[in-house]
Structure formats: C-alpha cells, structure tokens
Design a binder for this molecule. Structure first.
Ligand code: CA
Length: 518
C-alpha cells in the first residue's frame, strides 16, 4: 500500500476548495509583511483530546475487532483519519514532552518517565498564548512540575487515580469524589462554558488518565462486556522465535506479569463505601467463578486476557461517552464550526498482541497511535491520510493553524497541508524512533530504528542486535528478515537512511541517558 492511493481520492474530493486555499496562502504572505489584514480563515480554537495508552486497534473507525467507539468514530466521519500516525518514543511522559516542544526526546530532555520537564523550554502552549490564544490543560500532565504556558490548569498529580482523584491547581491540591474520566470532562465543559474569554481563540488540552493501567472501569461500565468473549489477537501465544533476544526477555506478558490488582482480584484501595459495594457486586461473583474453575496454563492466560481487555475497553467506553458530551456541547454552543478537534493517544498499546500488555516497543501496536482531526471547512469529511506522521508534528501544526511561524528548533512538520488534502512532494519517507527506559519496569531493551511505508529496521543497540520486518508480508512482525540474503540490499539502504535521520535530528552518538548506578 503506497501513500499515494488515497491521495487521488482526497485531492479529487477537495479539488473545489484548493484555489481558495491557495489564494488564502498568498494573501497571508502579503499580509504578514505589512499591517495585519483580516484573515480569510478565522483563527480556529484547538481542542486536543488526549488519551493515555489508547491503541488505534481499539477504535472502531480503525477497524477494531474488539470494541465500538461511536463518538471517536464521529470524528472520522466528519474529519480525517490518519492511518500512519506514530510516536517517537512509546511511553507516557516523553510523548507529552515531544508534543509540547515539537522536538525529539534527546532535544527536550524527557527520555523516560523519570526526568522532570524543563519548563524554561519553548512550548506550543507558550507560543500560542503569546499570540493571544487562551491556553488550558485539564487532566493528566505527568511531567513532574507545575504546567507553564497555560492560563488555566487543573492536572492530576503524577499518574493520578481513577476513583476520587486529587487535582493540582494554582490554588493547591483539591480532592474530588467520583470517576476521573467524568470529572476531567466536567472540568472541560465548565471551562468552555464559563472559564474562558469568548472573544479569544483557545488551545484546550483535554487529557485523560484512561485507559492507563490499572484499567479501572467507571461506575457506568462495570458490567459492559460481562456476557461476551472478546476476540483474542492471533499472536497471544507468541513464542518470540525469529526475533531479537529482546523480545523474549521482556517482562510484560499477560501470562506472567499481571498482578492481582491488575486482574482485580483485589479492589482498588481508594474507593468510598458506595463505590466499593458496586465494585464488589461486579467483581466478587466473577472472582468466585475463577476460583471454582481452577484454570491452569493456556486456559488461565485466556482468562487473564479476558479480564485485562474487558477492563481496558471499559475504561475506553467512558472516554468515548465523555467525548460525546463534549462534541454535543460544541454543537449546542456553536463552537463546533470554528474548533479543530483532534483525538490522539500518547502511544499505542499491546492488546494481547505478542502475548503482551503495555507499550515501549517500536513494534506496530505501540508505535502507532490513533489520530483523527475534525476541522470544519478545511478537512474533507470522511477523508483518510496514509502519510507517515508523528506526534512530533503537532506543535508545528497548531502554530500553522493559528497563522504563526514555526521556529526552526522544532523538528516536526505541520500537518496542515495534509489536512487540506495535499501532501507536499517532499513529505518524509521515513520516521525515526528511540526508546531509552532500560533497565526499568517491563525490561524492554533500549532501541532505535527507522520505519518506512514498507519496512522497519530496529537496532537494540546495547546488545547490538538488529531486526528487519517486511510489513508488506509480515504485518504482525513475527519474523525478522534481517539476516536473509534477499534483504541485504534493503538493510544497507535502511541503515544509510537511518544514519541520515540521526544526523538530521542531531541524535548524539553517545547514548544520552546514563545507566542508573548500582
Ligand atoms: Ca501512556
């Protein structure tokens, strides 16, 4: 599948508006030299909706086999779905730092979940704010300090809790009763209705905790999927043959590495009396049935998969329901017409793929993230894009949406032309990826690599092992063809291109993350 197939369709569909957009760009070029002329395209509001660990293969618009997400799907029907949206470093805090700065981890300093974000850095929020946008962040922040560049912020401390979460605000730490996805949405709706200046455009970052581990369902979804068996991935019983030794030595299997709190064999610790009663009513009989069944081996793995995936999908159901509330509000308030709505996640996730949960790898399930963008009057409804895009591109995108220049220090590229339906001739042919958090929980080896539309080359550089996947013939990445003679030319080409990308992004030769001592 090449990146051009869809484009003929997309450009045909958007053909009628192209001349208007070109005229607008020329007009904008002329206008910036002299006094500010009235923009033909009004500066849009930007609503960035961010889930935590929501894999694209758990979104029905992406063809999920395991759940329905009608409100996220609405963004696909009314906007553009990106088929090849990837992250640069598949883990929570680094992803957030990349989005704010438009720079790779080795430039913004957040390599792993351990570093504190350097808030002296330029961020897209600061730039939009300086240009007159109101900026707000509500929900999960996870960068270990107080948010800067935001007029309004209410964020979870660290990972936060699903039930009865505290929020950090400029006024201090405030306790809440209820379920985190509902509460974050209540705050978002309150800020949209009453917290902002209606005369100025806004950037609102609406950032969920869900569906992050430990996948605790909300009170409205405790029984969802109760009488169903969720489809298993084809690779649930992967034996890790045919790949780097790293694939076998990780600690993130459903079989071995889920604990009793992950599996809800014990309730969460912070429920109030009524919440605990509701929880026990749902999980008590299920756990009793498990004890009586006395499962072992593969039957137990299958049971764990069902428990894990149902809870994960229940947490997503709440995200989707709450998105519906927000989309309804945008319609009712009249904001929808001039608000760009984006849906994204900080990375993908393994949904039993390769026998795993969690993320971190450059393998497809965790490298890929959902990205859907609705922008009335600009994005063709129901369109799709297959170009290689990354979360690295969001900062430049938001700046261009607001009519602002993109600083040369930013390493991403604006998606606005893609959203308008035209891919620039020099759009990237490959993405760069690097993961640094080892030794650490889940024991995933450090690696970097390159992905093109067809191939993926990964270097586990601490152990100097390589993998090459031909995604055309092996989309599940079950067999590295790195050592096969017929791929020798591909390996050489990709290594050369990888070297160019590392030079382009100024990746230091020496690993910038020291090993913890001891
Ligand atoms: Ca995450």
């Amino acid at each position: 599948m090449t990146s051009t197939t869809h484009l003929s369709v997309a450009s045909l569909r958007i053909h009628g508006t192209r001349s208007g957009i070109v005229a607008l760009s020329l007009f904008a070029l002329c206008a910036c030299a002299g006094e500010r002329a009235p923009a033909e395209r009004q500066r849009p509001n930007i609503l960035f909706i961010f889930a935590d660990d929501h894999a694209a293969h758990a979104v029905s618009a992406y063809g999920s086999r395991i759940n329905r997400t009608p409100n996220i799907d609405r963004l696909a029907q009314e906007g553009m779905l990106f088929r090849n949206a990837f992250v640069t470093n598949s883990i929570c805090a680094p992803s957030r730092a990349v989005i704010l700065t438009g720079m790779h981890s080795h430039k913004n300093g957040v390599f792993t979940n351990r570093e504190v974000f350097d808030s002296a850095q330029t961020t897209v929020a600061k730039q939009l704010r300086a240009a007159g946008y109101q900026t707000a962040i509500i929900g999960k922040w996870h960068l270990k300090n107080r948010p800067t560049g935001f007029d309004h912020w209410e964020v979870l401390p660290g990972q936060g809790t699903y039930y009865n979460p505290d929020f950090l605000t400029p006024e201090g730490r405030i306790a809440h009763t209820g379920y985190v996805t509902d509460i974050i949405t209540d705050k978002v709706l309150a800020w949209l209705a009453e917290g902002r200046d209606p005369e100025r455009p806004f950037l609102l970052m609406y950032q969920h905790k869900a569906p992050h581990r430990r996948w605790e369902p909300g009170p409205d979804h405790l029984y969802l999927y109760d009488d169903q068996t969720i489809a298993e991935p084809a690779t649930l019983f992967d034996d890790y043959e045919g790949r780097s030794s790293a694939a076998a030595t990780q600690e993130m299997t459903i079989a071995r590495d889920l604990y009793e709190d992950d599996l809800k064999l014990v309730p969460p610790g912070n429920l109030n009396e009524a919440q605990l009663a509701a929880w026990n009513a749902a999980y008590g009989p299920r756990n009793q049935a498990l004890q009586e069944a006395e499962l072992t081996d593969s039957a137990l793995v299958r049971w764990k998969y069902q428990r894990y995936i149902k809870d994960y999908l229940r947490a997503i159901a709440s995200v989707d329901d709450n998105l519906g509330r927000v989309l309804d509000y945008l319609d009712e308030s009249g904001l929808a017409a001039n608000t760009v709505v984006l849906y994204n996640s900080d990375q993908g996730f393994f949904l039993g793929d390769h026998g795993w949960y969690d993320k971190r790898w450059m393998y497809e399930p965790s490298l890929r993230a959902p990205l859907l963008v609705r922008w009335p009057g600009v994005v063709e409804a129901g369109s799709q894009n297959r170009d290689l895009v990354q979360n690295l591109d969001f900062a430049a995108t938001f700046l261009e949406m607001a009519g602002l220049p993109v600083p040369s220090t930013m390493q991403g590229r604006s998606l606005v032309p893609l959203l308008e339906g035209t891919t620039p001739a020099d759009w990237r042919d490959a993405i760069y990826y690097q993961y640094f958090e080892y030794p650490a929980v889940h024991s995933v080896r450090r690696h970097y690599g390159i992905r093109t539309d067809r191939y993926k080359l990964i270097h586990y550089y601490e152990i100097d092992e390589w993998e090459l996947f031909d995604l055309a013939s092996d989309p599940e990445e079950m067999r590295s063809v790195y050592a096969e003679a017929e791929y020798a030319g591909v390996v050489d080409e990709l290594k050369a291109r990888l070297g160019e990308l590392r030079a382009q992004y100024e990746v230091p030769d020496e690993d910038p993350v020291p090993y913890p001592e001891g």
